[in-house]
Design a protein around this ligand. Structure first.
Ligand code: GDP
Length: 195
């Protein structure tokens, strides 16, 4: 799946811009700065595939990548931008809602959560939307290298506790560090299993 690399296909700003739903896809969501671009780059083994530190101007685009075997990897705009104008946020929420509830070929959403911070209210909003859209989602903890061993259990408990309230949550949590390469193979295997 990942062996053949990945190619940027297109940035989508409206539902009618989505590519044909003729193959399985997975999507990635997370607060801005969670490490989403870095993780997608680590997964696909490319340096500048997903742009690191997305500029607010690009935040409304749903970015499509084609994996080696043709499946889509979908990079959803980072959320939780403090400076984002209200109308931009509204437009993005409407697109996100339409995408999540209307994309039949979406196999799973990966919700990225910074392991230092745990699940925040804004993450729970997305999770609630995934619940109502009946899209199974799986939490991927990022920046695990920044969390001390002794603090790991506390974060995992908080995450598990929050997930227990979300019917669409997949119970297994993946811990990753793009910096150290931790969890990347695991996540690739999970995605390969969904295709
Ligand atoms: P995005 O806004 O979610 O796409 O976040 P980025 O991928 O741009 O990452 C935000 C910041 O976190 C950057 O400074 C990255 O270098 C840093 N970062 C991303 N992943 C990791 C990680 O696994 N470990 C550490 N220590 N830093 C990371």
């Amino acid at each position: 799946l990942f062996a053949g690399g990945a190619e940027f296909l297109k940035g989508v700003v409206a539902m009618d811009g989505l590519p044909p739903d003729d193959r399985a896809e997975v999507c990635f969501a997370g607060r801005s700065n969670v490490g989403k671009s870095t993780l997608i780059n680590a997964l696909t083994g490319r340096k500048a595939l997903a742009r690191a530190s997305n500029t607010p101007g690009r935040t409304q685009e749903i970015n499509y990548f084609t994996l080696g075997d043709g499946h889509y990897l979908v990079d959803l705009p980072g959320y939780g931008y403090a400076e984002a104008p209200v109308d931009v946020v509204r437009r993005w929420q409407a697109l996100l809602k339409a995408y999540l509830s209307g994309r039949a070929t979406l196999r799973r959403a990966f919700v990225l959560v910074d392991m230092r911070h745990g699940i925040k209210p804004v993450d729970e909003e997305i999770m609630a939307l995934l619940d109502t859209s009946a899209v199974t989602f799986q939490v991927v903890l990022t920046k695990a290298d920044k969390v001390k061993e002794k603090d790991r259990d506390r974060v995992l408990r908080q995450v598990r506790e929050k997930l227990s309230k979300h019917p669409a949550a997949f119970p297994e949590i993946v811990q990753t560090s793009s910096e150290k390469g931790q969890g990347i193979t695991t996540l690739r295997a999970i995605i390969a299993g969904l295709a």
